[in-house]
Design a protein around this ligand. Structure first.
Ligand SMILES: [Cu+2]
Length: 284
């Protein structure tokens, strides 16, 4: 008779039910891991250093998800297993034994080393080889842009054909920035009024734009196309309107565009329009 008695383990049963319902949900929706990433993950990276940041993003997501799942299991299993029920008193302790203290210390050290130290080392490496690895300003391949933020628009200034800022052939645009593909784009930022934040999500680039100082950043676009320019700092009433487009062009298309834009700028130059004469000494 004993052999035939069905054993019912609530913790195991609950885990199985949850896991099979989730698998069934994914299966019935035809959802693969790639679909999940495509739908809820970031857009594909379009800059030379973007993939490094994405790898770190997914590593942190995986580490945090696994830790979260472990913590939930460690909480839920004893909650069900040791609960009070007819004929059984709830069992619990205060975690004060030497064994418990050792266990807590080990878990804390592992969490610190894996989740914090490891991630910090990779993040610093990515910053050194990518974000902080500024291109040589004297290299002819480096394309320079001055960015002036204001409530609520982005003003851009490129040197035009003469390679000098603050001259009549400078290419001035508002809320559109055109750059060549596969060349380092070096940027100087400042603001007319409040703090803004220049954000190119597809390039994995973001930089604060502060009044009274010039900040610098760079990126190298590796995909041609149109991308979003956003302001990532709540900068006032119409913050949401600080939206622009980044056009990344193949080198030959860019050359034609640059020549035309620079000649048009020179023809339209008005020496009395002092509002348009913002420009500064290039900062490195
Ligand atoms: Cu802004």
């Amino acid at each position: 008779m004993n052999a035939l008695r069905l054993s019912f383990n609530p913790a195991k049963t609950l885990t199985r039910v949850l896991a099979s319902s989730f698998a069934l949900f994914l299966f019935s929706a035809g959802v693969s891991a790639q679909d999940v990433v495509n739908r809820w993950g970031p857009t594909p990276s379009a800059s030379s250093y973007g993939d490094d940041f994405d790898d770190l993003f997914w590593l942190i997501t995986a580490l945090v998800s696994v830790s979260f799942a472990l913590v939930v299991i460690l909480l839920v299993v004893p909650l069900i297993r040791d609960r009070a029920r007819p004929g059984k008193k709830a069992s619990y302790d205060h975690g004060t034994s030497l064994h418990d203290k050792r266990f807590t210390a080990c878990v804390s050290i592992i969490v610190f080393v894996v989740l914090d130290a490891w991630v910090l080392v990779i993040a610093m490496e990515d910053l050194q080889t990518g974000f902080w690895n500024y291109p040589n300003p004297d290299n002819a391949a480096t394309y320079k842009v001055e960015v002036l933020g204001q409530q609520w628009a982005w003003n851009f200034r490129a040197t035009g054909l003469d390679g000098e800022f603050g001259t009549p052939d400078d290419i001035l645009t508002t809320n559109t920035l055109t750059v060549p593909k596969d060349r380092p784009i070096s940027m100087n930022f400042t603001s007319k009024d409040v703090i803004h934040s220049f954000f190119l999500p597809d390039m994995r680039t973001k930089r604060d734009v502060n009044p009274g100082s010039v900040n610098i950043a760079w990126f190298e676009p590796v995909i041609a196309g149109d991308f979003d320019i956003l302001c990532a700092e709540l900068c006032g009433f119409a913050h949401y309107q600080m939206y622009g487009k980044l056009h990344v062009l193949e080198q030959d298309v860019f050359d034609t565009w640059e020549k035309e834009a620079s000649l048009m700028a020179q023809a339209a130059y008005d020496k009395n329009d002092t509002e348009a004469h913002w420009a500064w000494e290039w900062q490195e």
